[in-house]
Ligand binder design. Structure first.
Ligand SMILES: N[C@@H](CCC[C@H](N)C(=O)O)C(=O)O
Length: 285
């Protein structure tokens, strides 16, 4: 059996997109995902994303496997790529594309709504952040408490962290200079710390001013990536909770900037950024 794929990236966070709209089971197994994500023996990607059939109110569903084969609940850069992929599939099937175009997507983090804008950017309603320790999950405090500015020892250093779930778990720490963080050494020790039973994505944030944050990330199941959409949303929320930032800010990642807003009106987080197609291919099975 052969399957086609399309490679996309959102600010250098790259994914293999698979048209899986005809069946609910992913065409690729977690083990195959590990092989395909390998940058020497495979296509090379931070994850594999499946465009699945939607049910009820949902146009489609999305699932994703990380580069290590684990399955996260959500992916911010990935869902912008998925929205562009779906638009491309639909237009190639003869459907008209009227912009702005909105999709209702079922994910393991709930309903997420990306909207394709006329200028090529994608704005995503990422839903509300979840702040309770039990929702992250973390054992850093009692399950019904928030984790804001909490002490933790990792890699022989004391850190002060704020935890936010955007459906998937994030631990944010503020530093003077992101460029000096030894990410490849410290990142995995956060990811596998016993305080995080489902592992964790960790974001290091430099507050440049109240509307501009710099960020570097170590992702659960993927390691250092050039950008993380859910991580940028979690970072903005953490910065607001710590009084560092306005509710609307640019988050600058190694791969480029994202515009993030935590709306006071509906408590949802909105992310705006690009997504680009790189190439298409056929999988050798
Ligand atoms: N890069 C993604 C997040 C992908 C999932 C993450 N590695 C996890 O395991 O939670 C994004 O842009 O949000």
């Amino acid at each position: 059996m052969t399957a086609t794929f399309t490679k996309y990236h959102g600010l250098g966070n790259d994914f293999v997109l698979v048209d899986n709209r005809h069946q609910t089971e992913p065409l690729i197994t977690p083990n195959e995902a590990v092989r395909l994500c390998d940058r020497h023996f495979g296509i090379g990607a931070d994850g594999i994303i499946f465009a699945l059939p939607g049910e009820g109110e949902h146009d489609y569903a999305m699932r994703i496997f990380n580069a290590d084969g684990s399955e996260p609940e959500m992916c911010g850069n990935g869902i912008r790529c998925l929205a562009k992929f779906l638009a491309q599939l639909e237009t190639s099937e003869g459907h008209a594309l009227d912009l702005p175009k909105r999709y209702s997507i079922h994910t393991l983090a709930g309903t997420i709504v990306p909207k394709l804008q006329p200028d090529g950017q994608v704005t995503v309603d990422m839903g509300p952040p979840r702040l309770l320790a039990g929702e992250i999950p973390t054992t850093l405090t009692a399950a019904a408490e928030k984790v804001i500015n909490q002490a933790i020892a990792v890699a022989g250093q004391n850190w002060s962290v704020t935890c936010v779930s955007m459906g998937n778990p994030h631990c944010i720490t503020f530093v003077d200079e992101v460029a000096t963080v030894e990410l490849s050494q410290i990142g995995p020790q956060f990811e596998h710390h016993s305080a995080f039973p489902e592992r964790i994505n960790v974001e290091f944030i430099q507050v440049v001013n109240t509307s501009y944050l710099k960020m570097r990330v170590w992702e659960r199941g993927a390691g250092i990536t050039l950008a993380c959409g859910t991580g940028a949303c979690a970072a903005l929320v953490a910065a607001v909770l710590n009084g560092h930032c306005d509710r609307q800010a640019t988050v600058e990642l190694p791969g480029g900037p994202l515009q993030i807003e935590w709306s006071e009106a509906d408590n949802h987080v909105y992310m705006t950024g690009p997504a680009a197609q790189v190439f298409t291919g056929t999988l050798a099975k």
